[in-house]
Design a binder for this molecule. Structure first.
Ligand SMILES: Nc1ncnc2c1ncn2[C@@H]1O[C@H](COP(=O)(O)OP(=O)(O)OP(=O)(O)O)[C@@H](O)[C@H]1O
Ligand SMILES: O=c1ccn([C@@H]2O[C@H](COP(=O)(O)O)[C@@H](O)[C@H]2O)c(=O)[nH]1
Length: 234
């Protein structure tokens, strides 16, 4: 394995699979199997999962809702996704712990940095739910923040695009992919695959980011082995 400890960011939207909303069980199962294969090789894995398949604060604000209220709803959506992933991981035999930034003591532990690190050292997959616990942030920023806190070697952003493109590939079919790009170039070109707060946090703390297509079975293993299949930001 190329790394000892990584932070895997999973997209909430990707969890929908071919559905228009919610959680596709087959997709969650595929993620769990891919994560197990890498975990079995001894990599310490922490996960942050988005909530875009259920609720996004920014979209709700556009429909007239108070932004902070909507953001808290978005954070709760990430907990639902985290619980679905936790269930799927346990079904394939992985020990997990779900730690949330908003206390929900009947269902999971509160986020305590030292406990998270201890869980990882003991070989448990740790899922961080409820983002940063603060409105006006995203789960990309939560992923960057937690990665720094647990001293992860990299943020692996597993999403539905296979890397960072010169423009959004879902809107511009002529866009071309970068194999590697600097943080400075990402800012200068305004590449929106992740939010800028997340990029800045990683740059300031020397945590590289790799963007890759998590929906293709086996890709997570390739990335964990150091194969250059996505886009490396450093
Ligand atoms: N320059 C770019 N290169 C690659 N992807 C880009 C770029 N600009 C925008 N994107 C978009 O970034 C998105 C990244 O996917 P992802 O599903 O992680 O988004 P997300 O909104 O963070 O998901 P969620 O909130 O559900 O976790 C894709 O939809 C892709 O089209
Ligand atoms: O730290 C955070 C993380 C998330 N939110 C809210 O949750 C939703 C879903 O997260 P995505 O990153 O968009 O998947 C997000 O739209 C925010 O409303 C938050 O407030 N703080």
């Amino acid at each position: 394995m190329k790394y000892k400890r990584i932070l895997l960011k999973l997209s909430g939207e990707s969890l929908m699979g071919d559905k228009q909303y919610g959680i596709d069980n087959e997709r969650v199962k595929q993620y769990a199997e891919d994560i197990k294969a890498v975990h079995d090789k001894g990599l310490e894995i922490a996960i942050v999962i988005g909530g875009g398949n259920i609720f996004r604060g920014l979209s709700a604000e556009k429909s007239g809702m108070d932004r902070a209220q909507a953001d808290y709803m978005g954070m709760l959506a990430t907990v639902i996704n985290s619980m679905a992933l936790q269930d799927a991981l346990e079904k394939v035999g992985i020990k997990t712990r779900l730690l949330t930034a908003i206390k929900m003591e009947q269902i999971c532990e509160p986020f305590i940095r030292r406990r998270a690190v201890r869980h990882l050292e003991k070989g448990r997959v740790v899922i961080f739910g409820a983002g940063t616990g603060n409105p006006y942030f995203t789960t990309d920023s939560a992923a960057a923040l937690r990665a720094i806190e647990i001293k992860a070697d990299a943020v692996l952003k597993g999403t539905r695009v296979d890397g960072i493109y010169t423009a959004d590939p879902e809107k511009d079919p002529s866009a071309t992919k970068y194999d590697e790009i600097s943080f400075r170039e990402v800012y200068a070109k305004g590449l929106n695959v992740m939010d800028m707060t997340a990029f800045t946090l990683c740059e300031e703390n020397q945590v590289p980011i790799i963007v890759f297509d998590m929906n293709k079975h086996g890709n997570f293993m390739k990335i964990a082995n150091g194969e250059a299949i996505g886009t490396l930001v450093k």
